[in-house]
Design a protein around this ligand. Sequence first.
Ligand SMILES: [Zn+2]
Length: 368
Amino acid sequence: MSNLALVHKLEFQKHLTPEAHPESPERLAAIDEALHRSELIQELSRLEPSQAELDDLTSVHVQSYIEDLEEKGKRASEQKGLLQLDSDTWMSPESYSTAKLAAGAGVEAVRGVLKSGYTRSFVIVRPPGHHALPDQPMGFCLFNNVAIAARHAQRVYGLKRVMIIDWDVHHGNGTQDMFYNDPSVLFVSFHQFPFWPPNIGWYTEDGNGDGQGYNVNIPLPAGTGDRGYLAAWDAIVKPLCLEYKPELIFLSAGFDAHQADPLGQQQISTSGYFLLANRLAEMAENVNAPVVGFLEGGYNTRSLADSVVATIKVLNTADKSQRENIQPFAGIYGGELPAQTKDRSQHMVDERIKEIKKHMGRYWKCLR
Ligand SMILES: [Zn+2]
């Protein structure tokens, strides 16, 4: 039995988007190819997902939205074509069932770590989830996979404290919205700022009511690279986790903050993702929490595939010294091993980290 169990099926390529749309089935085909080339696929256990139950979907989405999406899915089937939901979100004939399967994959991944004895699991699915709102699709997302999984861990397994870390280049606005009043979910989002979605994600958005202090935004200027992300992790994410002591850590793993990504302007290298994954693994061990990762964005198929493989390799390795010696580039695409990237906005990032610590320090001893 491997340390990490993978939830990954070809069915997730059945959600179609228009030609040249960045969120394409080719993303998963590239990851699949890289997993095979790296031979990682042979080392990993697999979990078989089924479509999410209505109870799971309604734990974060309103019922009328789910019905509306089902209706639109039927319409796309009847028309045998694509249906546009907003400026960049689409449904194809099999999108509704694929989205339910993606949400169900997260539920299965939670079961994998809380019931079946895996330390970690990773869900490689489309459509992604972190922009989906309780009553609205958004930013390529239909159902909020990570939020559904977090609620499942609480509802079915009785967990009291879960942490969601979102390192996608975009703000995890859907996830923030769903847990904004809730201290039982500590949400931390790294994102390029200002960026899309507009007018959301500043660090003063820190939660509401009982949830105040449990929503932590890390808005980083365009041009932030490995150094800035790692500095923010060490100064904010790690101390928060050690103080909060989550029973389960979720990762919304977007890889669109990569220097090669066509949508974001951040500068993380594949080595940078490897180092972030190492930080995550060690931190989770410190609090004895399992980790469940979800694929979110990432639109350069090569850098996406390499970064996913590097991250999963790290999370699958239980031994710390072995983990640190993994080559993040397994020669999957035969590329050169680029040096870690330089941040263009080093001074600004350091100032931003100080500001965030000062603001959030009113709720957290570890940040004072
Ligand atoms: Zn993104």
